[in-house]
Design a protein around this ligand. Sequence first.
Ligand code: ADP
Length: 470
Amino acid sequence: MEVIHVSAECYPVAKAGGLGDVVGALPKYQNQAGHIAKVVMPMYKTKFLTNHEWEVVHKGYTNLGNWWFTYTIIKESKNVLGFDLYLVDVNGLLDREKIYGYDDDPERFTAFQICVVDWISAWEHRPDIIHVHDYHAGLIPFMVKYCYRYQHLQNIPTVLTIHNAQYQGWMGWDKSSFIPAWDSWKQGMLEWKGSINPLASGVKCAWKVTTVSWSYLDELRSAANGLEALFEYEKGKCSGILNGIDTHVWDPSTDTYIENHYGADDAEEGKMKNKKILCATFDLDINKPLIAFIGRLVGEKGADLLPQAIGDSFHHIGRTMNFLILGSGFPEVESALESLKVYGQGDYNAYIGYNESLSHLIYAGADFILMPSRVEPCGLNQMYAMRYGTVPMVRNTGGLRDTVIDYGDEGGYGIRFNYAAVGDVTQAIWRAVELYKDTEKLKEVREKMMRLDFSWETSVGHYIDLYKSL
Ligand code: ADP
């Protein structure tokens, strides 16, 4: 079976979060399972671009409304990622430093999608499945179905995977002419609440829709940033497939980002060596449990709760634990976390920014990973943490609910709490401190977590079954 994945992110080419990790891994494992999976994404100005060799596979000429432009599709020559990787180059529009955050993002991602579909139209054969990811590729199912110039592609099944339904790519109707001429009776298939909504359009037009966990799909029917009724209506074609993790990249016994490797049998010593480096680097106390947070500093992740929860913990529980934060996001949260450095000195530190190698060292050296998320479609951090023997402290939501069982329950191994509220987070911190004191229990929990299987093989099987059903 031949599948072309269309995405704005793909690790290690360009990653802002979990979407990148998934699109960098799923195709690799689909290929290993004997299928042909390819990825096409925008050509940003990234290190990966300059460090690898490329060949031009297609040059095209197309339009975004009245603007006609040439585009180039280049392919990575050596297959270093384990799948064919194609980049779409549109001069001046896509080749920028950042993935998102420009005023003309609607133009950028619409142009990207047009180039992708134009290019697929030029293939001498048809792929079996077009698999699009999130809103940046959400217009493709509509284009393939209803744009006149792509009618010969109409029978190719499309699958939309939603990694995050908060971001939907809303555009005003003034931008409708960007989409190549389409059957105007189908306007409703683009629209949600008065504007063009690429994510909603993807949900309406894709043959199948998946979310990255079952619980998240359930939650979308009551909380989907305005699309609740749509998810309720379309539930028949939606299913949840839990993400896996790339166990080659995320393996504490081989991880190229850390110096001190370890496995389930020598986790205590291995983790301690990594913790030592972290504590020395960030002026923390190695004898106290180290509770870390890694992620985007946004409301979805509950990052705004951190400053007060940390302050309250020092105040109510005492300075019996350390905290280390790695992330970037809302300026108010960043500055609150920066300011806390004075009060928390010696027991608290924060690295504001994105740092892939530090994230690996934290998974390896921290004792706990805190995730007070308000919304968590799947969540990868908790799975990485568990593979590295680091106990996840998670709010009971989305994929966190599907992957973490509280250590107080039968067969459990993590810490779960119900509300994204300072009180609940502080109580979870207290439970972490207590667990840390119980060295036997902590060892047992660690061993159990490290032997869990979150590899991609199971999820790949579910995706292939889904494709076959189409
Ligand atoms: P989301 O995609 O919603 O941000 P996920 O849990 O699915 O959340 O994926 C987050 C990924 O991004 C993980 O690989 C995590 O380690 C990584 N990450 C997030 N923020 C940072 C950061 N500041 N530095 C390094 N890695 C980060």
